[in-house]
Design a protein around this ligand. Structure first.
Ligand SMILES: [Zn+2]
Ligand SMILES: [Zn+2]
Length: 258
């Protein structure tokens, strides 16, 4: 609403910039545009992105091999040794760092719904560049348990899925994947096995909308892959043909972000 009246009346926007200055959450520089309202263009652009070559399993960049043929995508050693049985591929446009990480936290823990738009844009741009966008029938957000969704007021993954949907012609948003029991926030749990245990059996699909369908699961941040793997398993049990993941950001395996 704010943006609409500001666009309609440049004087009103200039006045607002003067009276209610906003500052980049990352570097503190004063922002004079309404572009995303939280970060300056420099910090947003400087936030580390994932470029080829990256792993065709977990989506992480092959850091040692940058420059070794930017067109070659191949699995990392981890994915070769332990291929994920429930997910075909994981894609992400960014590393969980810098302004993107800050934006995810503001969206998720501080209710800044507006940030779903620039984060969704990262997904759309990445999809156009790196993904077969016709390979999906359903775009499915990682669900929140209803209690948490009510407390938060929204599901950030659903906002991101809705923002990314335009990149996938022929795909529709589907919410038949549910979180059937409350889980603890993954980042509060230290070990990988604790995280696995926390989400085990936490998801189920209602109805048969997923049967035979090619699914793209949308998440905000993936760390140990515990959550998305459990979602993948539930979607497979419901008959999904394949499940890929598109997350905004990948965190270091040891990092607490999920
Ligand atoms: Zn900045
Ligand atoms: Zn990998």
């Amino acid at each position: 609403m704010e943006a609409a009246w500001a666009a309609a009346c440049p004087w009103a926007k200039a006045f607002k910039d003067l009276v209610f200055p906003i500052f980049c959450k990352q570097c503190g520089v004063r922002l004079l545009t309404e572009e995303n309202g939280y970060f300056c263009a420099r910090c947003w652009e400087a936030s580390p992105r994932i470029e080829r070559p990256f792993c065709t399993g977990c989506g992480r960049p092959h850091q040692q091999m940058v420059g070794l043929g930017s067109l070659s995508n191949f699995p990392c050693a981890d994915c070769r040794e332990h291929p994920n049985k429930h997910l075909r591929r994981i894609f992400a446009p960014a590393l969980y760092d810098g302004a993107v990480a800050e934006a995810v936290k503001l969206l998720k823990f501080h209710g800044r719904e507006r940030l779903a738009a620039p984060l969704g844009e990262l997904l759309v741009d990445f999809a156009a560049r790196e993904m077969d966008v016709t390979a999906y029938d359903l775009v499915v957000p990682v669900p929140l348990h209803s209690v948490r969704r009510r407390a938060r007021g929204f599901n950030q993954s659903k906002l991101l899925a809705a923002a990314a949907l335009s990149a996938f012609p022929g795909a529709v948003l589907d919410e038949s994947l549910r979180r059937i029991r409350p889980t603890r926030t993954q980042s509060r749990l230290k070990g990988r096995s604790d995280r696995r245990h926390n989400v085990r059996g936490a998801f189920a699909v209602v109805g048969d909308a997923v049967s035979g369908k090619r699914v793209l699961l949308i998440d905000d941040v993936a760390t140990t892959m515990g959550t998305v793997t459990e979602c993948g398993a539930a979607l497979q049990r419901a008959g999904a043909q394949w499940v890929d993941v598109l997350a905004v950001a990948l965190a270091e395996r040891s990092f607490d972000a999920e």
